[in-house]
Ligand binder design. Sequence first.
Ligand SMILES: [Zn+2]
Length: 431
Amino acid sequence: MTAIVHHLHPVPSVGHYLRLGHTGHRKLEDLHASGRFAIDRVVVDAAHINEQTELLDSLRTSDTEIVLDPQVAELSTPGGFLTSARKLPWADSRGPYASDNFDRSRIIDMAAKIADFAIEHRVHAVLCPTHLLNGPQDAWLAVDAEMCQMLRASLDARGANIVAIDFPLLTTYQVLLDGAARSALATHISDLPFEYLWLRIANFGSDKSAAGFRKYINAARDFHEIGKPIIADAIGGLPSLGIVAFGATGGICHGVAEKERFYPHHWSKPRAKGAGGGSKKRVYFSGLDAYLNDEQARTLLTTRNAKPLLGCSDMGCCPGGWEDMILNHTTHYLTQTTRRVQELGRVPEMRRADHFLSHQLAPADRVARQALRLRVGDKKIMEKLAFNSRKTDDMRHVFEELRTTVHNLTRSSVPLKRTKRTSVASGTRGR
Ligand SMILES: [Zn+2]
């Protein structure tokens, strides 16, 4: 007799994407090999895909969705053009692209090259090559819209109709807050053949004020009428959980303890030699939702009474306690971040805002206050703790107010994982 097995495969209810970035993929390979890489969707930069083939191969075998970023927005700026992205097959060797000389033949050529690349690297989805828009009148918008159509046609012509296209809407915080600009943008893109809308807002990220997040949540709601899942790109930490909990987006995307903010200033001018590149070790304090460098982390955690409050007590994450938290800061960051997103994802959508407020934000607020009572000998750390406590307190007020004043919220639908497809769902090819 065959036993009836009830598989409990809940629909992944928060789309959680990790940008692999260009450093640290060896560490991620190790994590994946030891079964501790719990994120099931990644975004890979085209310029770094060749260094990451081993990691991508193992991710593919574990059913991880792979999304390709062709990095065209960078390639259209003086600073971005000087990065390794300029070696990509669709980069123009003469310099950054400009919207006024980007005619139809260039669109066709770029779409074909990106389609070939996507197929060669067996990705599940491609971020449409879009640009940082200064509003609905920006000349790039028409190019980006045509590119989306052309990329779809190029993929289909190559028999790759199951490779999805997502549309990253890159714009500024000012444009996002402008209601007329938002609806013009939404109207312009609503019929394009993309599946998920990625919102990537310049100079906006986890460090934004609490009031800024409320505005973001309200603004994102205007894009719900397009009827496609939305992903908040380049935001992490508690604010990203708030955005998802309140249904503004159905997914989030961030880097490995970085890219929690989209700050394209280095695109506009070339980086000075020696600037950027090397990043300091950032240790994540999940209780506080804050980062300290390793030296500060050590000072704080060796302060009397700090370990029980701030040290990682999650045996599945840092079995060696607080020292693991510093030593294996990437593992710790990814484990803690993923656990919180998954926790929220298990809560039915209509209860998520309450869950976020009482089980995620309120505890962080409490820890932030308690941390202020520690006698830390370092003034900079104390200032950071004070700043953090004010920020968490503000967030709690803003989100609680949002909870009581906003009714009948529309919600972004949840972006489903696209690894098991054999055909394309209807309704994803525009209307
Ligand atoms: Zn840990």
